[in-house]
Design a protein around this ligand. Structure first.
Ligand SMILES: [Cu+2]
Length: 268
């Protein structure tokens, strides 16, 4: 073993006066920290996964419904199944995290308006337990029928008539999952979607196809794109088309410490 001969190395690492100063410094900084108001603390850390959903190639020309009540609804109406904007951006596509970190859903309660015999917005997100407001802006009877999807089956979530213009009704959604809303008053083209969720990690693509899921801690996530699908495969007896079903794609995405991540999806 090496013998210590240098006097400086035999001294304690911290002298008594230095130690006293350090204790005083710790006390002052700890007390100071307690005095910082909550609002001045750094916001909760979190990064974003961003990207877009795009249609590859020319968007298909889709059939339009022939309307009943044309004086209110117009002669024909879009099914709103595939909304392609500039540069192929696909609006109204849900993007969510299938393995979410901790976090409570805090989406503003959505309002879905029936106007010109269509639903606006076509897709919304609701926190589980929130009430969705349905407003009828048309001078015509609409019947709002919402279904939860359970596998390939569906069960009624709510079902009510809105015969009068400016009528408004709230519907609480107690279960998480995808709700499809249809009109049972003969408007076979009317359809909208509500994603009911317990966590805040979901987004609906904007008109340019972009989305952003925010507030994520570092980790590896399964990012799911869900699009309702637009190909007509059959027609129900009442005239409502049967569509080919949802298109679902998932990407594994890693959010590094101190940074976000980008992932894009493509429909064709
Ligand atoms: Cu209707």
């Amino acid at each position: 073993m090496m013998k210590v001969t240098d006097a400086r190395l035999r001294e304690p690492f911290i002298s008594k006066s230095d130690l006293a100063f350090l204790i005083l410094l710790c006390a002052v900084t700890s007390f100071g920290f307690l005095l910082i108001p909550q609002s001045q603390k750094a916001p909760a850390a979190g990064a974003s996964i961003t990207g877009s959903v795009r249609f590859s190639g020319a968007a298909p020309k889709l059939d339009r419904a022939k309307c009943i009540s044309p004086e209110v609804c117009g002669k024909t109406h879009s099914y709103d199944r595939l909304v392609v904007g500039k540069n192929g951006g696909v609006e109204y596509t849900l993007v969510y995290i299938a393995n979410p970190p901790a976090g409570k859903a805090n989406f503003p309660a959505p309002t879905i308006t029936q106007v010109d015999c269509g639903y606006t917005p076509h897709m919304a997100i609701a926190s589980r337990g929130a009430s969705v407001t349905f407003v009828n802006k048309d001078p015509v009877l609409h019947n709002v029928h919402g279904y939860y999807f359970i596998g390939n089956d569906r069960s009624t979530a709510f079902n009510f008539a809105q015969p009068t213009k400016d009528q408004s009704s709230d519907q609480q959604l107690r279960k998480a999952g995808m709700v499809n809303v249809e009109c049972d008053a003969g408007h076979t083209w009317m359809s909208s979607w509500i994603w009911v969720t317990d966590n805040p990690y979901a987004a609906v693509t904007k008109a340019d196809g972009s989305y952003s899921i925010d507030g994520l801690p570092p980790g590896t996530y399964t990012v799911v794109m869900w699009h309702e699908g637009w190909k007509t495969v059959d027609t129900q007896p009442g005239g409502r088309p049967v569509f080919s079903g949802a298109i679902v794609e998932q990407h594994q995405v890693t959010v590094p410490a101190g940074g976000g991540a980008i992932t894009d999806f493509e429909l064709k």
